[in-house]
Design a protein around this ligand. Structure first.
Ligand code: PGA
Length: 232
């Protein structure tokens, strides 16, 4: 799964003559993709100097050097291993004094750079994409969210002290995500089997955020066997 996703991204990086904007995700699922991607970059000496990256989300209140911040994750899993200039890697700033202004700034930044060409996504057990929890209007742009209890629980595995999981995050909204020209959704592991079957068999509904992807014209879904086992 990771190899497939990485080679889709890699071939775009390789083929793009001009600027390419990648939308990136964090969490357990894309770790293997980044692992493969940096391996491909190392082996072929492929440059990433023409690439800009825009991450989906960031926790509110974690500094860049906090080991669970998504900036730290991206640096350690990918950016430090390829030749992309740091100033071309963007994440929302969860430490901004004015968070509402930060949301507007981030949305503007993506637009001013011509939008995301190819967006990598994971899915939450509750169907969230980015940190857009069930019930988020599909029209929402980058905004502040209160994390659902089950999301905090799911992410607690990454923290030494589970009580340290932040309660809030900045996330690209569903409408921001849907502006990407192309989307790759990764679904991995048995704990995503329920979400995957809801995605494939359920209706488009704001109570299941990932369902909106059915209305996007260019989505690839890469799923492993464990996550696909409930779908015929
Ligand atoms: P996970 O998270 O890859 O850590 O399971 C995915 C998500 O919540 O979007």
């Amino acid at each position: 799964m990771s190899e497939k996703a990485a080679s889709m991204l890699f071939s775009r990086v390789k083929e793009s003559k001009d600027q390419l904007s990648l939308g990136l995700a964090t969490g357990g699922t894309p770790q293997g993709t980044y692992e493969e991607l940096k391996k491909m970059a190392r082996e072929t000496k492929q440059t990433f100097t023409h690439v800009k990256t825009f991450n989906l989300d960031e926790y509110v209140g974690l500094s860049e050097d906090h080991h669970q911040s998504y900036r730290y994750y991206m640096n350690t899993h990918l950016f430090n291993h390829i030749d992309i200039p740091e100033e071309q890697t963007y994440l929302p700033n969860g430490m901004a004094n004015n968070l509402d202004e930060e949301c507007r700034r981030y949305e503007r930044l993506i637009e001013e750079n011509g939008g995301v060409d190819i967006q990598l996504l994971g899915i939450g057990g509750n169907g969230h994409i980015g940190f857009n929890e069930p019930g988020t209007p599909f029209t929402e742009k980058t905004h502040i969210v209160q994390l659902a209890q089950e999301t905090k629980q799911a992410n607690a595995r990454f923290f030494e002290d589970p009580s340290e999981v932040p309660s809030r995050a900045i996330t690209m909204g569903i409408s921001s995500i849907m502006c990407a020209k192309e989307i790759i959704l990764l679904v991995s592991g048995v704990n995503k089997a329920e979400a995957f079957s809801r995605l494939m068999e359920g209706e488009v509904n704001e109570l299941f955020p990932a369902s909106v992807l059915k209305t996007h014209e260019h989505v690839s879904v890469i799923v492993d066997e464990a996550a696909a086992k409930r779908v015929n």
